[in-house]
Design a protein around this ligand. Structure first.
Ligand code: SAM
Length: 264
């Protein structure tokens, strides 16, 4: 398969696939995506927002691929901008272990893989069995690749981010073995302050001494709470990554204490 074919199956496809709005430039597309989300959520009465674990899991489990894509369209728009800016030179090129918390059907994982190295092992984690099934099907279909057209190492595991992290074989992730953690559309949208405290403790356990963690802020869990909690667990805020200058919900990039920014 040529690079052109691979890219059209992944990056370009992912932007444009099933989207009737290709003619719009990206910012305009965001408005369209938001409108479609509003139609499904508000006009259609589809409920999935909240912090109550079982309610959220049932909502995502029963969503189906098409509804998920509408519900998550604006988030994905943000992800294509935020994830590469947050990653920027913060992950070693060789053999890094990268986690994607609340990965859904692999929508954010695909972006990490696209901007990553084929030597990275990327582990997507989500508590929705349906979404993880979809993600695994995408891997089998060869739907993940790096920008250079290489096959990345991508695995998915069913699991709550509020419990100790396991890999796809059920093995507990060892202490201080993770180079980089991404979360998109989960921390600020679905976690309570209490739940986030347990996640921060697990992040402290698994992340390498100089490793990075990029966390989404959102309507439920605001920047200040995320920052205070991460600081309690030994992380330092390095930067905030906004999709556009006035983006009110940046991804917050932390580093475990003692580390230095690559360009510092
Ligand atoms: C808005 S979607 C984001 C999906 C993907 N990260 C993206 O940005 O395209 C939020 C995801 O978080 C997952 N989620 C919510 N709470 C979770 C929890 N406690 N543990 C694991 N996954 C969770 C949901 O199942 C859903 O797939």
């Amino acid at each position: 398969m040529t690079l052109k074919e691979i890219s059209s199956r992944t990056f370009a496809n992912h932007w444009k696939r099933k989207s009737p709005h290709d003619r719009f430039p990206p910012l305009t597309r965001l408005v369209v995506l938001k409108w479609r989300q509003f139609q499904v959520e508000t006009l259609g009465g589809y409920r999935f927002r909240g912090q109550e674990r079982d309610f959220v899991r049932r909502a995502y489990d029963g969503m189906g691929q098409d509804t998920f894509e509408v519900i998550n369209g604006a988030q994905e728009w943000l992800n294509w901008r935020q994830i590469p800016m947050a990653l920027r030179k913060r992950v070693p090129e060789e053999a890094a272990l990268v986690l994607d918390l609340g990965c859904g059907p692999g929508s954010s994982t695909r972006i990490l893989a696209w901007h990553g190295m084929p030597t990275w092992r990327i582990l997507g984690m989500d508590f929705s069995e349906d979404l993880i099934r979809q993600a695994r099907r995408s891997v089998e279909a060869g739907d993940f690749c790096t920008a250079s057209g290489k096959q990345p190492i991508v695995e998915f595991v069913v699991g709550s981010v509020l419990e100790p992290f396991h890999d796809a074989s059920g093995t507990l992730l060892a202490d201080h073995t993770v180079d980089y953690v991404n979360s998109s559309g989960i921390v600020g949208h679905h976690l309570s302050a209490e739940g986030f405290t347990s996640l921060a403790a697990e992040l402290r356990r698994v992340v390498k001494p100089h490793g990075f963690v990029a966390l989404d802020s959102g309507p439920h869990l605001k920047e200040a709470v995320i920052r205070r909690t991460m600081e309690r667990f030994g992380f330092v805020l390095r930067t905030k990554v906004r999709s556009v200058p006035l983006d009110p919900r940046p991804q917050l990039v932390f580093q475990s204490a003692g580390g230095q920014e690559p360009h510092a």
